[in-house]
Structure formats: structure tokens, C-alpha cells
Design a protein around this ligand. Structure first.
Ligand code: GLU
Length: 294
């Protein structure tokens, strides 16, 4: 029997602002899981989305993580420097017939779905340009998802249990290269996780909905599927996911322990001793290992 590859995990913040409590929870969970497995923990800066990237935010996040006792075991990866890898993967998918050009605007997609789309946060793409552009100019590039039973993808999440998504009815052919020329998050994440040999992904449950797309993309690229664990997202008092837009404030880097304690509580851990960062991490890692295995 082949030995399982050594554990490699990652925390992948988007540098759209300083680290806040919601992203600290994801960082802590992925860090504890890597330590519990005596594995490698990497930080990847997800600045693939040029227009959303805030100058200086990535450095600020890396500095905050360090002050909170979490350092990447290898040089952090920056998605903005990995264009060639995304292009290579895209070209492979294109020549294998998985990708097609789409000339639809969001408005056209919404109109073609009638009012049904108003109840749904995301629109399942109706396949308009699958068989040609109908005289329109190409805008985005989409990955063709399977039809029928083959569209149903199931995976087991270590926290959330068995998850099922029908890619055809709930998502539709999804964008790999956007109309503004930027690489889509789904492609960048899958290419980077595969090239970095990531075996375990621990992140916020807001990304549960993207996981089936990522697994399907892994299958198209013939790369391994990591093991997933999605932690509950932190919400503000209105039940909205905590983010800069919903009022999250930057963390106090002079006092990391209180925020770490609160993050551990959010993850369902007993309060670790309040001595130092070292005692916090060794106790929290032992608790995590008891709960999620090593
Ligand atoms: N960059 C994404 C975010 O900050 C996380 C991506 C991931 O963990 O796969 O929401």
C-alpha cells in the first residue's frame, strides 16, 4: 500500500483589508490542524483579484499572523505571481474540450432565467453559449459541467459531514477567466493547492458552496482531491458573515491572546491556559488533535 503523502495545509487570505476576527478563526483552525498532524502550514496571499486587492494589506496580514504566533513554514505564495501556472492549466482544459467562450452579460443570464433567479443568491448558468457564441463577442471563459447524474458531486467534510451539490442545477458551467481578463478564484485555488501538494484544506464554511466546483476542476485536471474541513463562519449581530464590509475591525496586535482565546471558543475548544502564546498553542493543538484526529 502506498503511504499517505505528508500533511500539507494552508491559510489563504484575500488581501482586501487587515486580518479581522473572522479570518483569525480560519487561520487558527488551519494552523491547529497542521500542528495536530505534525504537518506543514503554508500561507498563500490570494491577490489574484487585482481590483479587490488593497495595497499593503497582504504585508499587514502576514505581520499580524506572526504577532499572533502563526508563521508560514515556507515562503508565502502570492497568486499575482502565478499567472503562468493558471494559463497553463487553462490551456490544458481548453485543449481537452472542457472550456468554452461565453458572450453573455450578467443581465442576459438573469433575463434568460426569468424571475426564478431572484430567490437565489447565485444564478445557475443556463448553458447559452455552450454550443457557440450566437454572434456575440467572447467575454468570459467557462468550464462545462456534466449533465444528469454525473453532475451530482458528494464529499465528506470533517466538520460539516456529507455534502452534496448538483453542479448542473445549482451552479451551471462556471467561469474560469472573467470578462475583465482576471483569473477566477476557483481556478487559481485549485491550481495552487495542487502545485503546493496541499493534502488538507481547513477554511470557513462560506466556501462550502465552492468545494464541489473545486473537486470537479481537480478531476478535470487529474490532480488529487484534498480532505476538507469547513469551520462555522463568524457572524455579526445581524447574522451577516463578519467581513470588512459588515463592520469587522482590525485585531489588536499588541494583545493577541484575548482574540486567540475567543477564536478557540468559537471553534468549540475549552479555554486554554492564559499564560503565553506557547502554552495557548500547545493546549489548543492537543484539544484539536483529540477532536479531529492526528
Ligand atoms: N481567499 C479566500 C478567502 O479569503 C479563501 C480561499 C480558500 O481558503 O480556499 O475567502
Amino acid at each position: 500500500m502506498k503511504a499517505a503523502p505528508a500533511y500539507r495545509g494552508r491559510f489563504a487570505p484575500s488581501p482586501t483589508g487587515p486580518l479581522h476576527f473572522g479570518s483569525l478563526v480560519s487561520a487558527l483552525a488551519s494552523f491547529l490542524d497542521a500542528r495536530a498532524h505534525r504537518g506543514t502550514w503554508l500561507v498563500r496571499i490570494e491577490d489574484v483579484d487585482g481590483p479587490r486587492t488593497v495595497p499593503g494589506a497582504a504585508e499587514d496580514i502576514l505581520d499580524t499572523l506572526r504577532k499572533f504566533g502563526m508563521r508560514s513554514d515556507e515562503q508565502p505564495i502570492w497568486q499575482s505571481q502565478r499567472e503562468h501556472a493558471y494559463q497553463r492549466a487553462f490551456d490544458r482544459l481548453l485543449s481537452a474540450g472542457f472550456v468554452f467562450a461565453c458572450g453573455c452579460t450578467r443581465r442576459e443570464i438573469a433575463d434568460s432565467l426569468g424571475h426564478a433567479h431572484l430567490r437565489h443568491a447565485t444564478l445557475a448558468y443556463p448553458g447559452t453559449c455552450r454550443d457557440g457564441l450566437h454572434g456575440k463577442l467572447p467575454r468570459a471563459w467557462r468550464l462545462r459541467v456534466p449533465d444528469g447524474d454525473a453532475a451530482v458531486l458528494t464529499f465528506e467534510d470533517r466538520w460539516q459531514g456529507v455534502q452534496t451539490q448538483n453542479l448542473a442545477t445549482e451552479v451551471g458551467d462556471f467561469v474560469l477567466k472573467r470578462a475583465d481578463g482576471e483569473w477566477a478564484y476557483q481556478l487559481a485555488v485549485v491550481v495552487d493547492d495542487a502545485e503546493c501538494g496541499i493534502t488538507h484544506i481547513v477554511r470557513g464554511a462560506d466556501l462550502l458552496d465552492s468545494t464541489a466546483r473545486q473537486i470537479y476542476l481537480q478531476q478535470c485536471l487529474a490532480v488529487p482531491t484534498p480532505v476538507y474541513l469547513h469551520v462555522p463562519v463568524v457572524e455579526n449581530e445581524h447574522g451577516e458573515k463578519l467581513s470588512k464590509q459588515t463592520g469587522a475591525t482590525a485585531l489588536d496586535t499588541h494583545r493577541p491572546l484575548p482574540a486567540l482565546m475567543q477564536a478557540a471558543k468559537h471553534l468549540g475548544l475549552e479555554q486554554p491556559p492564559t499564560g503565553s502564546l506557547e502554552t495557548f498553542f500547545s493546549d489548543a493543538t492537543a484539544q484539536w488533535a483529540r477532536r479531529f484526529g492526528t
